[in-house]
Structures are given as structure tokens and as C-alpha cells.
Design a binder for this molecule. Structure first.
Ligand code: SF4
Ligand code: SF4
Length: 193
């Protein structure tokens, strides 16, 4: 990413941001910017801000800049950063929190990855596992409708070879009620946060 200069005026900064984001604010503030988290991260190369840069932006309170970047959406939750951080900072959990915050503030709508997450949970909740065609239909419908056209040929080829099924009901697991119970419990826990 090209070098970016921030005008750190009071209007741009949210001093409460670090409190809201980090599971342990005090620890996050002890980040020494060593870059071990970034060096350990398999997806840092594709992020708008590397994990190390992200922690600094959070410390400064640049809430909008953080929530509108793609970094946390690309986190695969591999925990390498967390296990190697010399300060014991809960980097991965912080990435989870950023995802939740971006969704609840509406900022996430700018990122296709957020739509993919939504499509994924929608189809898993309905069937207990992934139905590929439904997943991609929901995803394209939410985000990139025109891009769906370029995948039509691939979809047809896969269907002809029996690699994907159009029968959504056919993929249902036996105890769908248990899956629904898991989702309800997760929603209940989310409300308590
Ligand atoms: S590894 Fe830990 S201390 Fe080092 S930059 Fe990352 S978060 Fe900060
Ligand atoms: S948990 Fe996320 S941020 Fe940390 S190293 Fe893995 S992908 Fe990168």
C-alpha cells in the first residue's frame, strides 16, 4: 500500500476505540511494533494494513479507517500472530471483534468478503452444510451481480460433470433442528456482548 498520511485532528480520532476493540486494551497499548504478527501472517500481503499497522491505527483511535479496511476480513484465524506476539496480545480475537463491529456499524457493506460470510452462514443455517450453488447465488445477489455472468460457464461445466447439485433440499443434514439451536445460541451470546 502506498504511504498514507493522516491528519490526526480530534474529529478523526476516537479515544474509546481501543477499549471497544481489544479484549485487553492495556495489552494492546503495549504493542512494540516489532512486526512479528505481520511476519507470521499468511494473508498480510493482501491486507490494506498489515496486522502491525492495524494495531497502531487502533491505538490512535482511527476508527473509520480501521473499520473500512479489508485487513480483518482476510484474517483466516490461524492464530500465528497471537501465539508469537512477545507481548501476549490477543491479535486474532481483536480481528474477530473488528469483523463484528464492521457488520454492526454498516461499514462492512463495502466489502465483498462480508457478503461472502453472510451467504455462508445463511446457507449453512438452512441446510446444515454448504450448498455450493445457493451459496454463490446469495453471494452474487448481495454483492457482484454482474460478475455472476462470468461464472456461468464454469457453473454449467461443474453441473454437467456432477460436481455441483441444483437440488438444495438434497444436501440437508438429518438434524437441522440442532443446527438451528446452535445459531440461536450464538445470536443469544452476541446480544449479551
Ligand atoms: S507481534 Fe505483538 S508486539 Fe509485535 S507488532 Fe505484533 S502485536 Fe505488536
Ligand atoms: S490469525 Fe489472522 S491476523 Fe493473525 S496471523 Fe493468522 S491470518 Fe494473520
Amino acid at each position: 500500500m502506498a504511504e498514507k498520511v493522516f491528519n490526526l485532528t480530534r474529529d478523526m480520532l476516537d479515544p474509546t476505540f481501543a477499549d471497544l476493540v481489544a479484549p485487553d486494551r492495556e495489552k494492546l497499548l503495549t504493542c512494540i511494533q516489532c512486526g512479528t504478527c505481520t511476519a507470521s501472517c499468511p494473508t498480510a500481503h493482501a491486507m490494506d494494513y498489515t496486522p502491525r499497522q492495524l494495531w497502531r491505527l487502533i491505538q490512535l483511535g482511527l476508527k473509520e479507517e480501521v473499520l473500512s479496511c479489508n485487513s480483518f476480513w482476510l484474517c483466516t484465524a490461524c492464530y500465528s500472530c497471537t501465539s508469537r506476539c512477545p507481548r501476549g496480545i490477543a491479535c486474532t480475537k481483536t480481528m474477530f471483534t473488528l469483523k463484528r463491529m464492521a457488520l454492526s456499524t454498516g461499514v462492512a457493506k463495502r466489502h465483498a468478503t462480508a457478503h461472502f460470510y453472510e451467504a455462508f452462514t445463511e446457507t449453512v443455517r438452512r441446510h446444515g452444510r454448504i450448498h455450493d450453488v445457493e451459496l454463490m447465488t446469495i453471494f452474487f445477489n448481495k454483492s457482484k451481480r454482474l460478475q455472476a455472468i462470468s461464472y456461468t460457464r464454469l457453473g454449467l461445466t461443474l453441473w454437467r460433470k456432477g460436481k455441483v447439485s441444483l437440488d438444495a433440499a438434497g444436501v440437508n443434514i438429518k438434524r437441522l433442528d440442532q443446527m438451528e439451536a446452535i445459531f440461536r445460541k450464538a445470536e443469544e451470546l452476541e446480544r449479551k456482548r
